[in-house]
Design a protein. Structure first.
Length: 438
């Protein structure tokens, strides 16, 4: 078991110690509270035709991933393949909700219908998440329920009762009672709360915003501790989540912290267009980190399928001429297997749904993108000149062409944390740490 747990990415890390933590589409806020689910041999997931996704260019990839995800549902309605309750099912709920959207505006009715269309042995993911929530939630857990379940499905956050069993839970009270000096417990939990507050139409406190800003490294990144004194290595997942949290708190498109973070992301983008997870120990593109980067770039008001976002960064990146730009979505699509799931470097420790739900969030990006992403400028393309190759800071490359921004703005209609990682992607590093300690 120790080997199996050694390197699986997670969304949260507060209970697993101080080594690996980051987020994978905002799963970074979950605590294992319920019993591990078991598959029922006499039952099988209900497979139905899913609603068509809005995006044309990446639609087939996302739809194949959703089809694979449906087949992983367990007899209790959950998607907890990794046996760490609470880490996978919230992300699966949002992925199903995202895939059910048919227009450029978010429909909570379509979201709920999409989730309820997936069942096993008569149980849906909402039945399971209801029981999980009733077992007790901390502030980070409650924020995760808001981001991945309550807000996208239009459920009450003061009487959260996804299974309709009459036992409502006040998520707002759980969150507000945990606040202390702007913090809501762990740093990743605090980032999640900031996003959840925005989704509940509540202000993010000045102390919380200051706490997030003060934790940014000089290169524009964040690490999972939120404490610069620890000298903990930065990571894509926490950086992406912090960017989304700042947008949720009211940061605008020219915010220096956001632009510094864009510079960090640009400096970390791989030659295949993707992003690696900080604790992989290699250079392999990770679907969860890549999806969270897509969501962060989108939330900050930029199009991840266009290279302009990299030139917008204030730190760490210098453009290089005459090399093609590869979208992070293309990197995601390149990780997809013939079965439809997005493959993760951590699959060697056992297949789960983390990478695929994170990949769906990044491929579709419609939940966070539609709800509060900053306006994205339209652009006129001349010659692509900013590749995925970095020069040392201070270098002065010769630019042969460029892209000129037009006036006007529009919300970028991305499909798929989602966000989300949201706002999740991000559940993998916390699970990673737990696996190391197991």
């Amino acid at each position: 078991m120790a080997n199996r747990l050694r390197s699986l990415p997670l969304f949260t890390r507060s209970r697993f110690g101080a080594c690996l933590a980051s987020l994978v589409l905002f799963a970074a806020f979950v605590s294992p509270l319920a019993a591990a689910p078991t598959a029922g041999a006499a039952c099988a997931p209900v497979v139905v035709a899913a609603s068509p996704l809005r995006l044309v260019s990446y639609e087939s990839s996302a739809q194949s991933a959703v089809n694979w995800l449906r087949l992983q549902q367990l007899a209790d309605g959950s998607f907890e393949l990794a046996d760490f309750p609470g880490f996978e099912t919230p992300d699966a709920i949002l992925a199903l909700a995202e895939a059910a959207q048919t227009t450029s505006t978010w429909s909570t009715a379509e979201a709920r219908a999409g989730v309820e269309s997936a069942s096993n042995c008569g149980s849906t993911a909402l039945d399971w998440i209801d029981n999980f929530a009733e077992a007790g939630l901390e502030a980070g857990d409650a924020a995760r329920m808001v981001i991945f379940v309550a807000a996208p499905l239009g459920l009450s956050t003061t009487q959260f009762d996804p299974g309709n069993d009459g036992n409502g839970i006040d998520l707002e009270a759980i969150i507000s009672s945990a606040e202390s000096g702007g913090s809501y417990g762990t740093f990743d939990g605090t980032l999640g709360v900031a996003i959840a507050l925005r989704l509940m139409d509540k202000p993010v406190g000045a102390e919380t915003v200051a706490l997030i800003r003060d934790a940014q490294h000089a290169d524009g990144s964040w690490d999972y501790t939120g404490d610069l004194s620890t000298e903990t290595p930065s990571d894509i997942n926490t950086t992406a989540l912090a960017m989304i949290a700042l947008v949720a708190a009211g940061a605008d498109r020219d915010d220096a912290a956001l632009r510094n973070a864009l510079g960090y992301l640009a400096s970390q983008q791989q030659s295949d267009g993707g992003f690696r997870e900080a604790f992989n120990g290699d250079e392999v593109t990770n679907p969860n980190a890549t999806a969270l980067a897509i969501l962060a770039i989108t939330a900050a008001g930029w199009d991840p399928d266009d290279d302009l976002w990299r030139a917008a960064g204030l730190t760490g990146y210098a453009p290089v001429v005459n090399a093609p730009y590869i979208s992070p979505r293309d990197a995601l699509r390149a990780t997809q297997t013939g079965d439809g799931n997005y493959a993760s470097p951590y699959d060697i420790y056992g297949l789960n749904t983390f990478a695929t739900t994170g990949g769906i969030h990044g491929m579709v990006a419609n939940w966070i993108g539609i709800y509060f992403a900053l306006a994205n400028e339209t652009v006129t393309t001349t010659t692509t000149t900013i590749p995925v190759v970095n020069l040392p800071v201070g270098a002065t490359p010769e630019v042969a062409g460029g892209k000129l921004a037009n006036t006007g703005g529009e919300i970028f209609p991305l499909g798929l944390l989602g966000f989300m990682l949201l706002l999740s992607g991000a559940a993998l590093v916390r699970l990673n740490k737990r696996r190391v300690n197991a």
